[in-house]
Design a binder for this molecule. Structure first.
Ligand SMILES: Cc1ncc(COP(=O)(O)O)c(C=O)c1O
Length: 421
């Protein structure tokens, strides 16, 4: 179980911001911080400038499109998991940004629409490429936006410990094995394809990328000739403090020298890492036979499902309600049980017994009306949330660079109802 690391210093967490007006926010709410996002984007641009690589936003992690104009100033485009994400990128990132699409398989109708949106389409198997090759060639002959096609490979090497998040295991459906690639190259099945894509990292440093590249090159005896591009996928935790950016830069430069190809990265997490909170309110405190439970208006199951899937325990703060005036304007960080005198499980308002975000200890007991702020909640939250039990979706609120707080979207009953009939 990861967690309980201190949040890093960036604008949202700056001392002096401790009295950030959390009580003025409706809850639950995702609060995004524009300055923090821009700080991440500047770091990514540094990698681009040092290497000439191209960086795409993996929309599956973060697809808050009102911020796409900001992202488009720094990034080259977006990676999409299918038609809808491709359309979102094309509509909201601008015509001049690249739209890449990869899906484990394409349906015929979906593929027709993707042809009108994509710059790059990545196929998961030689069979899918065989099925759609003519469509791509025909599209390109008709002029207009030219589509570059590529193949996803499974590097067969991975250091991801959680199997749910390991795309490179021997039974993975994601990408052709290196043996299949070697066979396909020998049989001429790669003809017409311009690039190779792999994605096998998850929250990792550049060392894992280095070992992955070595493993692939060793097995293939070097990269295939004539590649126009190579996509190293996502999972590069570039904006995490301590990430080895110099090594990443060297690896990209080396790959460019070896292949002459354009190198793409498509991080999701690294783009919006540590750029948002989930702000919630304590509704009640209950005392089961064992322990103390605070019931919040935010739910792990509905609003931060990775907490249960990974699983992990997010960093959180207790902000006492203004009525508890003696405690005003101090934020109390939740620590491991037993560190502080008051140990409390923070739970959601759903029927799921395990809808518990974590068990923390605090210096003071949480009381109804207090706020609980979960940090690093911009990624894999808004894109994955749901309305199980009819629980409302958190509002999406932006702490703008100029200090203004802007509600991007508030959700209500209709957002629950419209998906059900
Ligand atoms: C194909 C592909 N690209 C990029 C990503 C983004 O990964 P991350 O958000 O870990 O950077 C993923 C995540 O699952 C992925 O499957």
């Amino acid at each position: 179980m990861e967690a309980f690391t201190s949040p890093r210093e960036h604008p949202l967490y700056r001392p002096g911001n401790a009295d950030f007006p959390v009580f003025q926010l409706p809850t639950p709410a995702y609060l995004l911080d524009e300055k923090s996002l821009e700080a991440n984007l500047r770091l990514l641009r540094l990698v681009k400038d040092a290497t000439g690589c191209r960086i795409l936003l993996a929309q599956k992690a973060f697809a808050c499109y009102p911020l796409y104009p900001l992202l488009a100033r720094f990034l080259d485009g977006a990676a999409s998991s299918g038609l809808f994400e491709a359309r979102l990128a094309r509509e909201e990132m601008g015509e001049d940004r690249e739209v890449h699409v990869y899906a484990p398989a394409y349906g015929a109708r979906e593929f027709e629409s993707i042809l009108d949106l994509a710059d790059t389409i990545v196929f998961n198997s030689f069979e899918q490429w065989d099925r759609y090759r003519e469509k791509v060639l025909e599209h390109n002959l008709n002029g207009g936006r030219q589509i570059s096609a590529g193949l996803r490979i499974n590097p067969g090497y991975s250091e991801v410990e959680v199997s749910l998040y390991d795309p490179a295991g021997p039974a993975s459906r994601l990408g052709v094995s290196l043996d299949q690639l070697i066979g396909g190259l020998a049989a001429g099945r790669f003809e017409g394809l311009s690039g190779i894509h792999f994605h096998s990292l998850c929250q990792q440093d550049a060392g894992a990328l280095s070992r992955t590249l070595d493993a692939v090159k060793k097995k293939l005896g070097g990269w295939p000739q004539g590649l126009e591009w190579l996509n190293f996928g996502g999972g590069h935790h570039i904006t995490r403090p301590g990430y080895d950016i110099d090594l990443l830069i060297n690896l990209i430069r080396q790959a460019r020298e070896e292949t002459g190809a354009r190198i793409y990265l498509e991080p999701g997490e690294a783009v919006a890492l540590d750029t948002g909170w989930l702000v919630s309110t304590v509704l009640d405190l209950v005392q089961p036979e064992k322990g103390t439970v605070a019931i919040l208006d935010s739910s792990a199951a509905c609003h931060m499902p990775d907490v249960l899937e990974m699983p992990y325990t997010p960093v959180c703060y207790l902000v006492p309600a203004p009525e508890r005036s003696k405690l005003a304007s101090r934020w109390y960080q939740g620590r491991e049980p037993g560190v502080h005198p008051y140990t409390v499980s923070l739970a959601g308002p759903t029927c799921l017994a395990g809808d518990i975000t974590g068990t923390y200890s605090f210096e003071i007991p949480p009381l109804p009306g207090d706020r609980i702020v979960f940090t690093d909640m911009a990624i894999y939250t808004m894109v994955k949330n749901n309305t199980f039990n009819g629980i409302g979706l958190p509002s999406i609120i932006l702490n703008r660079e100029d200090g203004q707080i802007e509600t991007l979207r508030h959700f209500g009953y209709e957002d629950f109802k419209m998906r059900l009939g």
